[in-house]
Design a protein around this ligand. Sequence first.
Ligand code: ATP
Ligand code: MG
Length: 533
Amino acid sequence: DHAHGTGLLDGLDPDQRAAAGSGGGPLLIIAGPGTGKTRTLTHRIAHLVTERAVPAEECLAITFTRRAAEEMAERLEALGVRVAVATFHSLGVRILREHHARLGLSASFGIADPERQVEVARSVCGDDGEARRLVAEGAEIYKKALRAQDLVDFDDLVALPLALLEDDPALVDAYRDRYRWISVDEYQDVDERQYRLLGLLAPPDGNLTAIGDPDQAIYRFRGADVGFFLRFREDFPGARVVHLTRNYRSSAAVVRGALEVISPSTLVPGRELHPFGDHGDALIAVHHAASEQAEAAFVVRTIEQVLGGASFHAFDSGRVTSDGTQGLGFSDFAVLYRTDRRSRALVDALTQSGLPFQKRSHDRLADRPGVARIVRELPFTAGESVVDRVRAAAGEDHVAHELLKPLAVECGTDFERFHTTLALGVEVDAWDPRADRISLLTLHASKGLEFPVVFIVGCEDGLLPLRWPGQDDDTDEERRLLFVGMTRARRHLFLSHTAARPRSPFLADLGEFRRIGDAQPKRRRGGTQASLF
Ligand code: ATP
Ligand code: MG
């Protein structure tokens, strides 16, 4: 039973509309990158609330990162609805706040960040070397010490609610009653505890929407298991299954290249992904640099040239013409890398160039400019909820406002908690989606995002796929990670590698691409190389 011609479903294609407009019961959306999964999910929720009279309080949307949650809440607000958008961790915090006493915690228990975890471990053993070793080994001693200080850690945020619910069927019923409509984005990356928690929150015939792409499962190292996604239909019999196959995000070149790279992986049988829409002429280019410094210089040079309106036809003709990349801003560029260490040369080169950039980093929220002022002024601002009061106190400072909003949402109306949590040093992702800056991100952090121009540096054997000494390789997962990175590009994609290691074997699967500014002099003399870069 589809809803036809209704406002909220108008901006969707027929497959997306079938998914977004379907009624209750389990729903699985399996689709590749850029097919509008997240868009379908937000429209579905908005449609349920505004056009099917589902109470907003009964909706819960779960995503994996705080940033993704913020973005989803924003998209929903733009569609005119306000529902709970949580990460598994913030959902856990909510459940724990409501049942803190059962665990011997106070209502304002704190959340220990990694620094605090070390402090707690130290507090029980002082300078005793031997004791420190035992603490490091003895998780139980550590957890006891944590509780004694009225703290939980990030692990506990899912583990404890799960324990609460598994022990208490009445509690399960209460939450099932509260959240009758649950959706989970990036379901391919749930781990066992999250999976069990969801299984409790949503009954087998419940209104659970799971969205994901097995080809983008990249968190196995943290315990995620794509098997949970693959058995959704067994866990939720009668689930409606929708496939989306039109990629709206990327140019044909990017879609084709990404499919070539992922094709040896067999996780998705018969995968289908068709580029849709006009992205102008676009390019996948591979660049070989002599060193990391030279690679970073290539990135800077290329960004400057693209910003200057250089055409990619210039690679062939030597002429610089406009190809529509003109009008791009700094925020339209992202540079992705496998490990954070790889960002050093980039930070140096970008700093030197004067191009504005931002790198994802974890800072203490309370140390951020603007935040301290807001917290000081909060007691004097009017408003019922912490959200309203934060908004009032923030005024024009929208960066500080965005930083505080998720915590404010989490704290509802109970201000004291807001204060305590802040004081405990909540970490914040200092990356501001609205700043006009070039983004430096790890491949993992790029999940769900999109940029007109993407660079992936360090496409080298040993780095991508990454190999740690003494650890098993997971070549398939590394391949998926490259796939995730490549599919962030809307238009142009630059892959680079240096002389430090052999080329990534994944590049061998790439059929057609432009090789530019190669570091090998022989090739350059051959006259087949572009002279522009
Ligand atoms: P990922 O797997 O990377 O998370 P996704 O499937 O969630 O991707 P979205 O981020 O929802 O994809 O959408 C990708 C892009 O395509 C967005 O810019 C979105 O606005 C656009 N898009 C999606 N569906 C449509 C549509 N029907 N018409 C026009 N644009 C669309
Ligand atoms: Mg998405």
